[in-house]
Design a binder for this molecule. Structure first.
Ligand code: ZN
Length: 90
């Protein structure tokens, strides 16, 4: 699990995601299934009580607090959906 503060912390994982191009399946808003080396991992994107963006993935790397490519793959979909939602409410 990690807290999303700026895009630069994601750069390495984005490069990996672009190379591997995992499949991202939408479960519901904020919850996604991303394909990895050992099947699908669940990635959860949410805002905590203090408004920080928290991203959690079920893989080993994320357990250690690393930004994994599953998380950034899910995030790219999540951010797109969040923007759509914002424009929908205007
Ligand atoms: Zn992961």
């Amino acid at each position: 699990m990690f807290i999303l503060e700026n895009i630069s912390q994601l750069e390495t994982a984005i490069a990996k995601a672009l190379k591997i191009r995992p499949r991202v399946q939408f479960v519901n808003f904020g919850r996604y299934q991303v394909s990895g080396s050992k099947g699908y991992y669940t990635v959860v994107c949410r805002k905590d009580e203090s408004g920080q963006k928290v991203v959690a993935c079920g893989c080993k790397g994320a357990e250690k607090g690393l930004v994994c490519y599953h998380a950034v793959s899910a995030l790219s979909l999540h951010i797109g959906l969040a923007k759509q939602r914002q424009t929908a409410t205007i």
